[in-house]
Design a protein around this ligand. Structure first.
Ligand code: ADP
Ligand code: MG
Length: 840
C-alpha cells in the first residue's frame, strides 16, 4: 500500500511500518506443465496437492554418494498438469487482486527454467488467459461502476497521485480526444485478436466488499529488465525509420515513503479490461521488436507489469472525488514474469553444460542471495544486510520483502527428464523461499470521511419514509404488512403520483431546456477557448521550433569554436616548439662563433710564436752559416795569400828546388803540426806560433754537427774547452780562444780536417768577435792512392818526370784554386775582413 505523502513528512527515518508482528511466509505454489511429447521421459510426480516427487532420470540414477535420488518437495499448493488457468487464478492471484482493491500491495512472480510455463501462467494464450489478464478483468469487474472520470487522478511523477479539479480533468480529456493517435474509447474490434477472448464471460469474477463511497482509477505500467537495465515498454517515442533510436534505460528512485519506483516510467490510465489488454499488447509488441532488433534473448529478460489502483473518497454530494491529496490511496500489484532460471543459455548452448559461473542470470542470482539472507536473518536472528541493490529486480521489489505487501511465487516446472538438474535447483530455491516470512500488511480502515455514494442513497430512503409519515402511514418500512399497506396506498396514490410526476417532468424538462441552452452557450465558449488554445499551441510550437533551430545553430557554432580552439592550440604549440628550436639553434651558433674566435686568437698566437721562433732560428742559422762561410773564405784567402807569397818567393829565389815536407804526407793521417804546407825556411809568423801557455787558456771548441767522425789516431784534444756545435755568445764570453773543426773533401777525394783557430775579444758594442789567427790541417790518406798519385805526379801530364810535388807551383796553385771552387760560396764572393758577431 502506497500512502500519499502527508505535508511535511521528514524524509528520514523511514515511516514506521504498521505495528503488526504478524508475518506470513512467502506463498510458493508449484505448477507442473504437461510434457511436450507423450513419449518424453518424466521426472516429476505429483503426490498430493501440496507435494511433488522428483525422480532422477535413468542416466543420473545415483548421485555422487551412490544414493538413490528421489526427493519430495512441498508447497503451499501444487497444480498438476490438468489444472486450468482459472483454478490457478482463483488460488494464487484472486486474493492479491482483492488485496489490491482493499489498498494492499501484492507481488506475484513466476519462476522456473525456460519452457517451464512461466509466460503461459502469467499471460496465457487466447481462450486460456493467464494470471495477468484475469487480474485485470477482475479489477474492472469489481470497480467498473465506481471509476473516476479519466484524468481526475493524475500521477505526479514521484510515485504519488494527485487529484485534478473537474475543469483540468475535462481539458485533459478534450485534449486526448483531439489527438487522433489515441483511441477514444477502446472497442473490442480494435484489440489484437490474440487478446479478444482470453477470458470467457462466464469465467468473470468479481471482488467483494468494494467501497462504493470511493472513486477508482487504474494505471498500468509495463517494464522490461534486461541485463540489469530497465526499459519502459509503454514509452511513446516518435519512431525514426532512418535512424531508429535504441531504447533508453530508466533508473530506480526512492519516493518520499521509501518505496522504490522506476523514474519517468509511463503510467497509462485504463478504463476497461480491453483497454488494459491493449496497452499490455502494445508493450508486448515493443518488447518483441526490441528483442529482435537488438538480438536479445527474451528468455533472459524479466517483464514486470504493474497495476496501480488509485482510490479516493467522493465528496458529500457523492458526485466528485474529494479534492484532497491526502485522502488518495494507491495500491499496486506487480506481476513479474522472470527470466529463465537455467544456468546456461539453452538456445545457444543446448546440451553443452557450461559452468554455472559462466552465464548465470545475475539478477536471479541476486534474488536467490537476497532470499537466503532474509531467511538466515529470520531464522538465526541475525541482521545481515540484504543485497537488494545488487540488481534492479531485487531493488525494485525490496519494499515487498520488507513488509509492504504480500509476496507470492509460482514455481513452474516442466516434468521432462532433460530439465531434471535445473528443476532440482528450482526446487531448492522454492523451498528456501517458503521459509522467508514477510510482514502481513495491516488492514486499513476504509476511509470513513464521507460516505458519499451511500449517503446519497440513504437520503432517498429517508425522504420516502418522511412522506409516508406525512400521509399517516406506518414508519417501519421494512416489515411485510407495512410493505403491503405501503403497496395499497401506493396504488391509491398512483394517479396522483403520475400527475405529480408529469408536472415535475415538465418542470424538469423546461429546466433541462434552459440548462441545455446554458450548456450550449458554455460549449460555444469552450469551443472558442479551444480555438484560442489551438492558436496559442501553434504559436508555442512555432517558437519551440525556432528555439530548436537556434539551439542547433548554437551547438554547431560551439562545435566550430571548439574545433578552431583546438586548431589554434595546435598551432600555438607548434609555434612554441619552433621558437624553442630557433633559440637553441641560435645559442648553439653563438657558442660556435665564440669558440671559433677563441680558436682564431689562439691560432694567431701560436702562429706568431712559431713565426718568431722560426725567424730567430733562421737568423741564428744564417748567422752561423755566414760565420762559417766567412771563416772558410778567410782560410782560403789566407791559403791563397800564402801560395802567392810562396810563388813570388820562389820566383825571386830563382826556382831553388826545395824539398817540401813530403815525407810527412807520405804517412797516412799524419798530423801536420805546422800551420800550413809551408816549405821550410820561411819566417815564422807570430800568428802561427803555437802558444805554450795554452794550458792556462780557455777554448771554445766549435765542432759542427755535420762533421764526420773519422777513425783517426790523433785527435785534437783541448783541455778545459767548452764544446759547442754552433758558435754561441755565452760560450765565447767565457773564453778567449776559439777553434773551429772544419772538414772538407780534398782534391784527392780524401776528407781533410782543419782546425781554424782565433782569438776572442770583446767588441765595443758588448758583443764578442773572433779574430782568426791560425789553421791547422789534419789529413788522412790512402797509401795505395798516395803511391799512385805520386807515380802519376812523378811522370806528370806531359810524360816528363817530375822531381817533387811541392816544387811545382802550378800544381800547388791548382790545389788552392780547387779548394776555393769546392767551397759553397758563390763565385763572386769576396772576403773583406774577419767576421764579427754581434748581439742582435
Ligand atoms: P516459459 O515462459 O517458462 O519459457 P512458456 O510459458 O513459454 O515457458 O511455455 C512453453 C510452452 O509450453 C508454450 O508453448 C506453452 O503454451 C506451453 N505450456 C506451458 N505450460 C503449459 C500448461 N500448463 N498447459 C499447456 N501448455 C503449457
Ligand atoms: Mg517466457
Amino acid at each position: 500500500m502506497i500512502r500519499q505523502a502527508k505535508g511535511k513528512t521528514p524524509r528520514r527515518p523511514p515511516p514506521k511500518k504498521p505495528s503488526n508482528n504478524q508475518k506470513d511466509p512467502v506463498g510458493v505454489y508449484c505448477r507442473v506443465r504437461p510434457l511436450g511429447a507423450e513419449d518424453e521421459e518424466c521426472c516429476i510426480e505429483v503426490i498430493s496437492n501440496t507435494t511433488i516427487q522428483l525422480h532422477a532420470p535413468d542416466g543420473l540414477k545415483a548421485n555422487r554418494n551412490g544414493e538413490f535420488k528421489e526427493t519430495q518437495y512441498s508447497f503451499k499448493k501444487v497444480f498438476g498438469i490438468k489444472t486450468t488457468q482459472r483454478e490457478l487464478f482463483e488460488d494464487v492471484a484472486k486474493p492479491l487482486v482483492e488485496d489490491l482493491i482493499h489498498c494492499k500491495n501484492g507481488l506475484l512472480f513466476t519462476y522456473g527454467v525456460t519452457g517451464s510455463g512461466k509466460t503461459y501462467t502469467m499471460t496465457g494464450s487466447p481462450g486460456q488467459g493467464g494470471l495477468l489478464p484475469r487480474s485485470l478483468d477482475m479489477i474492472f469487474n469489481s470497480i467498473g461502476p465506481y471509476q473516476a472520470k479519466r484524468y481526475v487522478f493524475k500521477p505526479d511523477d514521484k510515485n504519488g497521485m494527485e487529484v485534478q479539479n473537474q475543469v483540468d480533468a475535462l481539458l485533459d480529456r478534450q485534449k486526448r480526444d483531439s489527438q487522433t493517435t489515441v483511441p477514444k474509447t477502446p472497442t473490442t474490434r480494435r484489440i489484437d485478436p490474440e487478446f479478444t477472448d482470453m477470458i470467457s464471460p462466464e469465467e468473470a469474477c468479481k471482488a467483494d466488499g468494494v467501497d462504493e463511497d470511493s472513486s477508482y482509477s487504474v494505471f498500468v505500467s509495463y517494464i522490461e529488465i534486461y541485463n540489469n537495465y530497465i526499459y519502459d515498454l509503454l514509452e511513446e517515442t516518435p519512431y525514426d525509420p532512418i535512424k531508429p533510436k535504441p531504447p533508453q534505460s530508466k533508473i530506480l528512485r526512492e519516493d518520499q515513503n521509501h518505496n522504490m519506483y522506476v523514474a519517468g516510467c509511463t503510467e497509462v490510465e485504463v478504463k476497461s479490461t480491453e483497454e488494459a489488454f491493449e496497452v499490455f499488447w502494445r508493450g508486448q509488441k515493443k518488447r518483441r521488436i526490441a528483442n529482435t532488433q537488438l538480438n536479445r534473448e527474451s528468455s533472459r529478460s524479466h517483464s514486470v507489469f504493474i497495476i496501480k489502483l488509485a482510490q479516493a473518497p467522493l465528496d458529500a454530494d457523492g458526485d466528485n472525488v474529494l479534492q484532497d491529496k491526502n485522502q488518495v490511496n494507491v495500491s499496486q500489484l506487480c506481476l513479474v514474469d522472470l527470466a529463465g532460471s537455467e544456468r546456461t543459455s539453452r538456445t545457444r548452448a543446448e546440451g553443452s553444460r557450461l559452468r554455472e559461473a559462466g552465464n548465470i542470470n545475475q539478477s536471479l542470482m541476486t534474488l536467490r542471495t537476497c532470499i537466503e539472507v532474509l531467511r538466515e536473518n529470520q531464522m538465526c536472528g541475525t541482521n545481515k544486510m540484504v543485497p537488494y541493490r545488487d540488481s534492479k529486480v531485487t531493488h525494485l521489489f525490496k519494499n515487498y520483502f520488507d513488509g509492504e505487501g504480500k509476496v507470492r511465487m509460482v514455481v513452474c516446472v516442466n516434468p521432462k527428464a532433460d530439465d531434471y538438474e535445473e528443476t532440482l535447483l528450482v526446487m531448492r530455491f522454492a523451498e528456501m523461499t517458503q521459509e522467508v516470512e514477510v510482514a502481513r500488511p495491516v488492514d486499513r480502515p476504509i476511509c470513513g470521511f464521507t460516505a458519499g455514494r451511500r449517503q446519497r442513497n440513504q437520503a432517498f430512503k429517508e425522504e420516502l419514509t418522511r412522506r409516508l409519515e406525512e400521509r399517516g402511514g406506518p414508519v417501519d418500512i421494512e416489515s411485510p404488512t407495512v410493505l403491503n399497506q405501503l403497496f395499497q396506498s401506493f396504488l391509491h396514490f398512483l394517479p396522483m403520483m403520475i400527475e405529480e410526476y408529469n408536472k415535475t417532468a415538465n418542470m424538469l424538462k423546461s429546466v433541462l431546456q434552459e440548462q441545455d441552452s446554458n450548456l450550449l452557450s458554455k460549449e460555444n465558449f469552450i469551443q472558442e477557448q479551444r480555438g484560442k488554445l489551438g492558436e496559442k499551441d501553434k504559436m508555442v510550437q512555432n517558437q519551440k521550433n525556432e528555439i530548436d533551430r537556434l539551439e542547433k545553430k548554437s551547438k554547431m557554432l560551439e562545435y566550430k569554436i571548439d574545433i578552431l580552439q583546438k586548431t589554434t592550440n595546435i598551432y600555438e604549440e607548434d609555434k612554441r616548439s619552433l621558437q624553442q628550436e630557433l633559440e637553441s639553434r641560435e645559442q648553439r651558433l653563438q657558442r660556435e662563433v665564440s669558440e671559433k674566435r677563441r680558436m682564431e686568437t689562439r691560432m694567431q698566437g701560436i702562429v706568431t710564436d712559431a713565426k718568431l721562433k722560426w725567424e730567430k732560428e733562421c737568423e741564428r742559422r744564417v748567422n752561423a752559416k755566414q760565420l762559417e762561410m766567412q771563416n772558410k773564405l778567410w782560410v782560403k784567402d789566407e791559403k791563397l795569400k800564402q801560395l802567392k807569397a810562396i810563388v813570388t818567393e820562389g820566383k825571386t829565389e830563382n826556382r831553388q828546388p826545395q824539398r817540401p815536407s813530403r815525407e810527412k804526407d807520405k804517412v797516412p793521417a799524419k798530423r801536420s803540426a805546422s800551420p800550413s804546407p809551408v816549405p821550410t825556411g820561411p819566417p815564422v809568423r807570430p800568428l802561427h806560433r803555437r802558444s805554450h801557455s795554452a794550458g792556462g787558456e780557455r777554448w771554445v771548441d766549435h765542432k759542427p754537427t755535420t762533421n764526420v767522425d773519422l777513425d783517426t789516431v790523433l785527435q785534437p784534444n783541448i783541455p778545459n774547452a767548452i764544446k759547442v756545435n754552433a758558435p754561441n755568445e755565452k760560450a765565447l764570453s767565457k773564453c778567449d780562444k776559439y777553434v773551429l773543426t772544419h772538414q772538407e773533401v780534398a782534391s784527392d777525394g780524401e776528407i781533410q780536417t782543419k782546425l781554424i783557430k782565433g782569438e776572442v775579444f770583446k767588441t765595443r758594442g758588448g758583443g764578442q768577435a773572433v779574430q782568426f789567427t791560425d789553421i791547422e790541417t789534419l789529413k788522412q790518406e790512402n797509401p795505395v792512392a798516395a803511391s799512385r798519385k805520386r807515380r802519376s805526379s812523378e811522370t806528370g801530364p806531359d810524360g816528363e818526370p817530375v822531381e817533387g810535388d811541392w816544387t811545382d807551383v802550378e800544381t800547388r796553385c791548382s790545389v788552392a784554386v780547387e779548394m776555393r771552387a769546392g767551397s759553397n760560396l758563390g763565385p763572386g764572393y769576396q772576403h773583406h775582413g774577419y767576421p764579427k758577431r754581434r748581439k742582435p
